[in-house]
Design a protein around this ligand. Sequence first.
Ligand code: FAD
Length: 393
Amino acid sequence: MVIVGAGLAGATTAQALREAGWRGSVTLLGAERHRPYDRPPLSKELLLGQPAELELAVDFAEHDIDLLLGRTATQLNVEARHLETDGGPLDYEAVVLACGAVALDLPGTAGLPHVQTLRTRDDAERLRPVLAAGGSLVIVGAGWIGAEVATAARAAGCAVTVVEAGPHPLAGTLPAEVAAPMAAWYAEAGAELRTGSPVTAVHEREVELADGTVLGADAVLVGIGSRPDTAWLAGSGVPLGTDGSVLADARLATEAPGVYAVGDCASYPSARYGRRLLTHHWDNALVGPRTVAATLLGEPATHDPVPYFWSAQFGRYLQYVGHHGPEDRLVPRGDPAGAERAWTACWLRGETLTAVLAVDRPRDLLQGRRLVDRGAAVDPALLADPDVPLKSA
Ligand code: FAD
């Protein structure tokens, strides 16, 4: 068994295989030189200078997992069940692709020393002294990463400007009723948010916007999204989607014989939502490995979890569970634009609860998660009352 990618999904797959009774060899290949670690603290505790447990609690020696770090898979030959790596070839019986995602670069910024993205531990180690120096930071993108880095950079005393091409934070993810009020969180933290004017050029210590504004910047952090790290699989015979994801089935197997995929690099057909999903969430990378391990051991298993993720930004804890579409009706519990810090947004299709976003309301999230999982019908009037617990109709 060869697993490509020693992130959360890869390391957890190796462990799950052993726990499920896989007796053959297990080789876990990781391009990074660090032992497998968790990414969420990179944009939170690590940048804020708080203690962070980064290393994953997997005992590789005890599970007889051969961990090859600083080793990158460069080519896959499906027919021959053969992998080329930068440290020599590897044959396999089955290969699990757990190669994750890479951060998107801003075009035209390659090689500029003061411009960076945040995906790896090395990225975070590079950004930390930039924040500690307390200069001016321009963050491109008011998404999840942009908001978390803005939080840390303000705490470090940097002058922060966040540039967002869309009309409000999280424009591609959440509707304006919910996300537009989040603009106030930036102002409250002392960060300047400029929406609606994309970056047109980045020069040494300057960022130019489409509306002609020129912003001074000691450093630039680009947080405009991520894509599956699968370019190396082009032409290998492993099916890839237009979004770059490895096309897995509900058991997380691919159509290529002996090839499986899990975590941020893989999309899967969700019967729950009637469409193929590609999610870049920690929880998805944690639970997928159980399905891959079961599939490899010939046991029935299906990967179709209720999507879940969280974010810590501007002193708030955000949790989202489920999946909503533009056709779903938004029902706020509390007022996102009001004086109360804590509120929840719910989405309904008919009377069925499809998704919940809870801001500092963890109980709503817990109760909502069960209802979303069951596809439960709810009473919209009761749902809108933040003093009434979330429950089925
Ligand atoms: P990855 O973690 O990307 O690991 C893949 C590994 O494979 C990498 O180490 C890569 O170097 C390696 N690799 C790639 N190609 C090859 C190759 N060809 N050969 C060998 N190795 C290879 N999610 C949340 O739900 N909540 C959060 O608060 C949150 N915060 C985050 C903060 C940051 C800064 C980042 C970057 C992500 C955050 N996430 C969060 C997302 C979450 O961390 C990811 O969904 C999760 O890491 C996915 O795990 P993975 O193992 O699939 O991929």
